[in-house]
Design a protein around this ligand. Structure first.
Ligand SMILES: N[C@@H](CCC(=O)N[C@@H](CS)C(=O)NCC(=O)O)C(=O)O
Length: 219
């Protein structure tokens, strides 16, 4: 049975990450559009599969999985021999350096980018509230300090986990492109290697196509 992908139809946040893996790995899938405005994600049917009532979620021949990063890892490992590798398998140290990079993103980058997204996107759009400028300025300053460390790491290697593109790089696409579109370019002026890395990651054909066309079933 073809993999079912429960998602919003546009490539952003966790849904965008999973969509990117599906494209990078050339995995056929059926998109099941979950309309958040209508509350599709809070129906008893959806909650029975995803108790937090969120997207993304997959149904892989009856195997249900949610949490975007877990889904990305599952797909990358299941389809290790297809498309872009995404998780190194050549050696234990290479895999460990990938895990280190994935932890760097989740511990240092993600909490701050979510804080910025909350202030500049969700508060104004969803809650009709202005951003808290002090919180926003602090989060931007904190993320700049983290990206200055990225500049050091990326001065000796192409990507965050080594010289190959991996899920650790891909995970940075969750909120950053939406914030850049809103005029909050947190990647700007953080050094030549951050610029080179970010241009590389955000201009991958898979991501550019998803941004232009949205997420579409491939069956
Ligand atoms: N940690 C989750 C976050 C998922 C998430 O926040 N999904 C949003 C859509 S992008 C959602 O379902 N929001 C509705 C809600 O939380 O009620 C993941 O990475 O999958």
């Amino acid at each position: 049975m073809v993999l079912k992908f429960y998602s919003v139809p546009y490539a952003a946040s966790g849904c965008g990450l999973v969509a990117m893996v599906l494209v990078e790995k050339q995995i056929p899938f059926e998109l099941v559009v979950v309309d958040l405005a209508k509350g599709d994600h809070k129906t008893p049917e959806h909650l029975a599969k995803h108790p937090f009532g969120q997207v993304p979620m997959i149904d892989d021949d009856g195997f249900i999985l949610y949490e975007s990063r877990a889904i990305c890892r599952y797909l990358a490992e299941k389809y290790a021999d297809r498309g872009t590798p995404l998780i190194p398998t050549a050696s234990l140290p290479a895999k460990a350096l990938f895990e280190q990079a994935a932890s760097i993103e989740f511990a240092n980058f993600y909490p701050l980018i979510v804080k910025i997204a909350l202030e500049v996107v969700y508060k104004p759009r969803v809650h009709n509230l202005p951003p808290d400028e002090a919180v926003l300025a602090q989060a931007k300053s904190d993320i700049a300090a983290k990206l200055d460390v990225y500049e050091v790491i990326l001065s000796t290697q192409k990507y965050l986990g080594g010289n190959e593109f991996t899920l650790a790089d891909l995970f940075h696409l969750a909120y950053t492109p939406s914030l850049i579109k809103e005029g909050h370019n947190i990647m700007a002026d953080r050094g030549p290697n951050v610029t080179r890395w970010w241009n590389d990651v955000s201009s991958r054909p898979s991501w550019v196509k998803l941004q232009a066309e949205g997420i579409k079933s491939t069956i």
